[in-house]
Design a protein around this ligand. Sequence first.
Ligand code: SF4
Ligand code: SF4
Length: 88
Amino acid sequence: MSAAPPRLRTGRDPEMREYRLGSAVLTTYRGWCKGCDLCINSCPASILALADDDRIEVTDVSRCIFCGICVVRCPDFVFSMRRDRSAR
Ligand code: SF4
Ligand code: SF4
């Protein structure tokens, strides 16, 4: 069975973005981003960029390898990652 296609969802917090690929979930809290570029320069898939409002966005989650480097690199705890065991 193939994995679910990548999808993006927003939460109750309007600055929250949740990027899903199969059971992998990468969440960003954009309101905490100060646009320092650390994660952008560290992402091995080169899929992180600043949006027009100078806050981070994932440009193509289908290329994300869910390595967690952005989670570790961001000094402002913008990223979190988890596995959704109910998803396929
Ligand atoms: S998890 Fe890895 S590949 Fe995905 S956005 Fe973060 S640094 Fe890039
Ligand atoms: S490392 Fe964190 S604060 Fe810096 S640009 Fe990336 S998300 Fe924003």
